[in-house]
Design a protein around this ligand. Sequence first.
Ligand code: FES
Ligand code: MG
Length: 571
Amino acid sequence: MENKKLRSSNWFGRQGKDGFIYRAWMKNQGIPGYEFNNKPIIGICNTWSELTPCNAHFRDLAESVKRGVLEAGGFPVEFPVMSLGETLMKPTAMLYRNLASMDVEESIRANPLDGVVLLCGCDKTTPALVMGACSVDIPAIVVSGGPMLTGRYKGNSIGTSDIWRFFSDLRGDLIKEEELLSIEASMCRSPGHCAVMGTASSMACMVESLGLSLPNNASIPAADSRRKVLAQLSGLRIVDMVKEDLKPSDILTRQAFENAIRVNAAIGGSTNFVIHLLAIAGRVGVPLNLNDFDRLSSGIPLIANLQPSGQYFMEDFYYAGGLQVVIKHLEQLLHKACITVNGKTIQQNYADATCYNTDVITTTGNPFNDLTGLAILSGNLCENGAVIKPSAASPHLMQHTGKAVVFDSIEDYHARIDSDDLEVDESSILVLKNVGPKGYPGMPEVGNMSLPKKLIQKGVKDMVRISDGRMSGTGFGTVVLHVSPEAATGNNFAVIRTGDLITLDVPNRLINVALSDEELADRKSKFIPPEPPVSRGYASLYADHVQQAHLGADMDFLRGRSGNKVTRDSH
Ligand code: FES
Ligand code: MG
């Protein structure tokens, strides 16, 4: 260790005026001189914010990380980065994922850091921090905030996925507005992120299956004292990772990505997983495309019985043995030699995993659902693909032809969906345009739009819905998402009209509109691009540079790594 020159020595190990300046200001925090003597400087990258309720307990968690770093002889420095709260941010937290990733990347590179602990929780905070850290490529370990305890209402377990049901019931006059006030006070009753296998939990499972966190990171509830233990152990471990120079690029091989895709299928993970994993792969330069998701997840049955695809909650998942058990049960299908942050292989980490509840986690021989987690569709409606989650869809709609009812914007949808005059029945296909990355901008989670009130009252529970937007990882239904290229680009999806006949055929992975190439070409030649929704600032930069969904919706100028080179001096 003593012999190895740390990255941070380019600041704190300097002589003369520069070294004086680097150290003198840090000393206003009461730091003794010996701390600057070639100790690994560990950044704790914190997305704490009271505006991100899922991450509001992170100051506490950071303290546990610091204890571990100190114990291992490192020098912890906590720093804030932009936090992304899924519930409050308009027009969608997704618009800011790339911005937060840039904040993380530049904060790490510009500062005297040798390693970094990433505190991630609410949906977008995980991919943003991982993307940023991968772009710099210094040793990094993820500590997730953990899921909330299961919500409890009138003796029943409730969680985020139930919101769609509550509001469908309200639209059908099955429950009263007053009751919702009691429900909203019962659902989020502890620190942590959404308690189902939504996007946040899928992201926590993603980092664990990629090998970027210690085992058990995905499932320990935020309120469980073992979450703090994990944080402390992660702080302890990152110091050794610096000594070993174990970097994200050593862990994030093509095989690690393949493992993550298979695990996500087996847990019924979020459709947003596709977009975020593609973006991460783009940063580390691992070739990955949409078809990899279909090919690698086909034949992988659902073995975690968690909402929204199943019945249980993340708390149950942890008590049943957590992601370790899923990984062990998939062992034959995974690349066993992939290295993880603790220096062991994924197989070594999970060799002793035990299942304590077979209602929650089962085996591949006896799955909860034979349908794979995600299917990638192609056809003339989406030249670059689209995504559907069969395990959250209705079996009777998996092969379906119906007439399109087209909405040109989310405002158009809200204005007309409940109108008595809207010509729609349960065989219709609802199409929502201009909710893609450029068109919105930011690709909001509106793809699982509610059904027309008059059909809900008739007892209709599901219809085929298609959009260029996303869906909450907690959502469900026969919902085709991420249509690429999006409507705003003027490609085929842009020119679909009400009355066109659309065929969805999930077993054959097809989605087509019954229009000839000539008709499509003719309509496209008359396409008038919509006014750009924004004209200045970050949103405008985003709209100009964001890539389409099938490339992960990252900025074109952020693909690849810039590395951890120490740049020029500041004064
Ligand atoms: Fe933060 Fe669901 S709102 S994880
Ligand atoms: Mg979400």
